[in-house]
Design a protein around this ligand. Structure first.
Ligand code: AMP
Length: 112
């Protein structure tokens, strides 16, 4: 936990969010600026800067499991996109590792 990190604050409950799933290791909440009918962010409770800094395979698996559960819960398991932006070049704006889970519309490729 770092007090200045927005997603740590969401994990602690000191900043409100629309949580759709949580367990001991992870939290999933709706993105405040959704880019698809379903746009959920999945984070670990532990503060880790980005995907590139994740060293704990069990924790990464827990994050992916949460994405899987939320996709089922949201009714988009037939087609969705998961993405994790790393660093400013990829557009990462919050330095706490997160997966975007997007679905509910036709996706295009390549991403911007
Ligand atoms: P990224 O740009 O990949 O780091 O993704 C960060 C995401 O966090 C963006 O899609 C933002 O819309 C989202 N976001 C920022 N603040 C909040 C918030 N308070 N609650 C939910 N999502 C947020």
């Amino acid at each position: 936990m770092t007090t200045e990190c927005l997603f740590c604050q969401i994990a602690e409950g000191t900043t409100p969010s629309d949580i759709v799933y949580q367990d001991n290791a992870t939290i999933a909440f709706r993105d405040i600026n959704p880019q698809a009918p379903t746009h959920v962010l999945i984070i670990p409770r532990e503060h880790i800067e980005s995907f590139h800094h994740v060293r704990d395979a069990q924790l990464w698996y827990a994050i992916l499991q949460t994405a899987h559960k939320v996709a089922e819960q949201e009714g988009i398991s037939g087609g969705y996109r998961i993405v994790s932006n790393v660093g400013t070049a990829a557009g990462q704006s919050v330095e706490h590792v997160h997966i975007h889970l997007l679905g509910g519309r036709q996706m295009s490729w390549p991403p911007g």
